[in-house]
Design a protein around this ligand. Structure first.
Ligand SMILES: [Zn+2]
Length: 350
């Protein structure tokens, strides 16, 4: 795929990287630094195909990718490990993309199915996010994801177990993994339990499934925003509805360019969603696994599309708007972002 942004000025690249950012679509399991994977594997005696940090995330098919995903996560075992991976990815977000706030996915059953207690996962992740907030000022909340290939009953039990270990930082329920074989209506019960307990709701949808999954997620599951959503473009009526209702979509340029074969970011469905007036904001998805980070997503996507500073500012602020922060916190963050962007305008765009 095209990854260079040589056609935009170094100042504009720096501008895109240094913009303050919110991220709402990032899976902690896809953020492990290769060196950390190797260290954790050594610590726990887990065998890896390679201990060369440059080779850990080398794959050529989606099947190899999924195998690496499982194997990498099998190295994360105790509370300190979960704390470490949360801390490190937030540090990376700050240093590589001026990340200010993230609502981060985790897949509880990916861990509980291999015998890790739910409390170890949740408490560890929150330990790490608190330490990152202390050291870097970045804030983080968490969204537990249903794994679509789990049976509905396993998903419902997962939600109940998450609620039994609920902490204030755990704010929502999401859903990921292969969409086509397991449509959203399969998990209506898990979403009902989450909604009744006051969790916020989102779901990966219309990623590799039809536009009708958008309608299902909104009307049947009660989702308040959606992740990906590219196949919405196949149904103008659903596009019009989401535009009119101001539904936010958390979109991911690089990961989908790789997985779905959309290497040219100037024709990526995200550009058409923006042109159609949908509310989108940019994210890194599984950053280390896709050799990206939140700063690079802005540099690549906005750079290659020659987006104006005004449009880029709108995308950044849409991240604040689409977040599940309280209204008063959103207003405070919006003001801080506007001031920081104004300063960057003066410094780098003159
Ligand atoms: Zn995702």
């Amino acid at each position: 795929m095209t990854t260079s942004s040589a056609d935009i000025s170094p100042n504009y690249q720096e501008y895109l990287r240094r913009l303050p950012k919110v991220e709402l679509h990032c899976h902690v399991e896809g953020t492990l630094r290769p060196a950390t994977v190797v260290e954790l594997a050594t610590k726990h005696g887990v065998a890896l195909p390679t201990t060369d940090v440059d080779e850990v995330y080398r794959y050529s098919t989606i099947y190899e990718f999924l195998e690496i995903y499982q194997r990498v996560n099998s190295t994360v075992i105790d509370r300190e490990d979960f704390a470490r991976i949360a801390y490190e990815t937030l540090e990376d977000g700050v240093k590589l993309g001026n990340l200010k706030y993230r609502e981060m996915f985790f897949n509880p059953t990916l861990h509980t199915a291999r015998g890790i207690p739910m409390a170890t996962v949740i408490d560890g992740l929150i330990d790490g996010s608190k330490a990152a907030e202390h050291d870097f000022g970045v804030r983080c909340a968490f969204i537990a994801d249903v794994y679509r290939q789990d049976p509905p009953e396993v998903a419902r039990q997962m939600v109940e177990e998450v609620l039994a270990h609920r902490r204030p930082e755990l704010i929502g329920l999401g859903m990921d993994a292969a969409e086509a074989p397991d449509p959203p209506e399969k998990f209506v019960e898990a979403y009902r339990v989450a909604k009744a307990a006051g969790l916020r709701l989102t779901s990966h949808c219309a990623e590799d499934g039809p536009a009708s999954n958008v309608t299902t997620c909104l009307d049947l599951l009660g989702c308040q925003r959606l992740d990906h959503g590219y196949h919405i473009l196949e149904d103008p009526a659903v596009v019009a509805r989401c535009r009119d209702e101001g539904i936010s979509f958390t979109v991911c340029p690089t990961s989908t360019a790789v997985v779905y074969g959309w290497p040219d970011l100037t024709t990526h469905p995200i550009t058409k969603m923006i042109d159609a007036g949908l509310q989108v904001m940019l994210n890194s998805d599984d950053p280390t696994m896709f050799h990206t980070d939140i700063g690079t997503e802005y540099v690549r996507f906005c750079g290659q599309n020659n987006y104006s500073p005004a449009l880029v500012r709108r995308l950044v602020l849409q991240g604040v708007e689409a977040s599940w922060l309280a209204d008063v916190e959103k207003a405070t963050m919006r003001r801080a972002f506007e001031a920081e962007i104004d300063k960057l305008d003066r410094e780098l765009l003159g």
